[in-house]
Design a protein around this ligand. Structure first.
Ligand SMILES: NC(=O)c1ccc[n+]([C@@H]2O[C@H](COP(=O)([O-])OP(=O)(O)OC[C@H]3O[C@@H](n4cnc5c(N)ncnc54)[C@H](OP(=O)(O)O)[C@@H]3O)[C@@H](O)[C@H]2O)c1
Length: 172
């Protein structure tokens, strides 16, 4: 498969991309800088120039793929106290990526966190995140992602725990 990834150069992308390559897939990663592009090409992936703010670049990457994994996130905004802006940017990116896949039955996997889930009991796959709950800024994006299933997109949300640590983790 030709898999288009956003955030391929990030922490989780650095684990996902080698796995995809080792499984024989062609990986195309969104790259907003020369250094991110070079990190991708040095391990055998292809760089797709663009950014989260360039929705045309996202649509083009998705349209030319057999499936999309969306990992990029404006953590710079989160860490500067603008978590709502980061979530709004993410929502726009997801709408652009998902709309390019409509009617195709292609997979669309989006990473998110655990914020906005019920607290005080074990949460399951059946629980939806809510903007009304603590840390729920990303709930709308998760809902929109899953809603693409009605448009013949095989969409899925992966909820990662608050810190996915390991050697080389720089963000959290
Ligand atoms: N790691 C965790 O503990 C954890 C926990 C819960 C949820 N998550 C979620 O999982 C996803 C991946 O997280 P991560 O830890 O891999 O994040 P990360 O290491 O911070 O990587 C972020 C990626 O997003 C890209 N990016 C940021 N701003 C961009 C922009 N404006 N345009 C294009 N690309 C941009 C970065 O590109 P550059 O390389 O060019 O900077 C990088 O590839 C995110 O949605 C994150 O919130 C992570």
């Amino acid at each position: 498969m030709r898999v288009f990834l956003t955030g391929a150069s990030g922490w989780i992308g650095s684990a996902v991309v080698p796995d995809l390559l080792a499984s024989g897939h062609h990986v195309v990663g969104l790259a907003r800088s020369a250094s991110s592009a070079s990190a991708l090409t040095s391990i055998g992936a292809t760089a797709h120039p663009g950014s989260l703010d360039d929705l045309d670049s996202l649509r083009a990457g998705a349209a030319q793929s057999d499936g999309v994994i969306h990992l990029a996130y404006r953590h710079d905004l989160v860490f500067s106290g603008e978590a709502t802006l980061a979530a709004e940017s993410d929502l726009l990116a997801i709408e652009a990526l998902g709309s390019a896949l409509e009617g195709s039955d292609r997979p669309f996997v989006v990473a998110t966190g655990l914020g906005g889930l019920p607290v005080g009991r074990v949460a399951t796959e059946k629980d939806e995140a809510s903007v009304e709950r603590a840390g729920g800024q990303r709930a709308a994006a998760a809902k929109v992602t899953l809603g693409f299933a009605d448009q013949r997109v095989r969409s899925a949300v992966v909820r990662l725990p608050p810190s996915v640590h390991g050697s080389g983790d720089t963000g959290f």
